[in-house]
Structures are given as C-alpha cells and as structure tokens.
Design a protein around this ligand. Structure first.
Ligand SMILES: [Zn+2]
Length: 83
C-alpha cells in the first residue's frame, strides 16, 4: 500500500530509494539496472522494491465513495421510512 520503508526480510532501509526507483522505471529503464545503480544487490531488498505496489490514491478514492454511500444511506434512514 505504502512505499516500503525497510526491506521486509533483512530490514535494510529502502524508503529513500523508492521515488528514484519508481521514476526511472516509469521512464522506461530496466528495473534490474536501476537497482544495481542504486546499490541494491541483496535479492531480498530487490524483491521488496521491485514487487511493492502503491495504491494509496486508489484506496483513498474508494474511501470517499464509501463515505458518500454511507451518508446517503444515513439520510434515507433519517429522512424517510416512517409513514
Ligand atoms: Zn533485504
């Protein structure tokens, strides 16, 4: 969900590498070469950076939709139903 702060296996700090890794890979560079350039050689750390997916923005969108639906349902419950 969030960018990894540390390697999940060995605990090496990785958070400071996340933005550059993402930017360069999105620009079309080979992820393996980017990891080599960043000095990430352990396979556990490479896996952590390579397989992390950030979807906090998508989750935030669903939270907004869910809150709107909850408000609508609450309004329906309070506004109508008793006749
Ligand atoms: Zn590691």
């Amino acid at each position: 969900m969030l960018p990894p702060v540390r390697c999940f296996t060995c605990g090496a700090p990785l958070g400071h590498l996340w933005e550059e890794f993402q930017r360069r890979v999105r620009a079309g560079e080979d992820p393996s070469k980017v990891l080599d350039d960043l000095g990430v050689y352990r396979y556990c750390c490479r896996r952590t950076l390579f397989t992390s997916v950030t979807y906090i923005e998508e989750m935030a969108m669903y939270h907004v939709i869910r809150m709107r639906a909850a408000r609508q349902m609450q309004g329906e419950t309070l506004g109508g139903g008793v006749e």
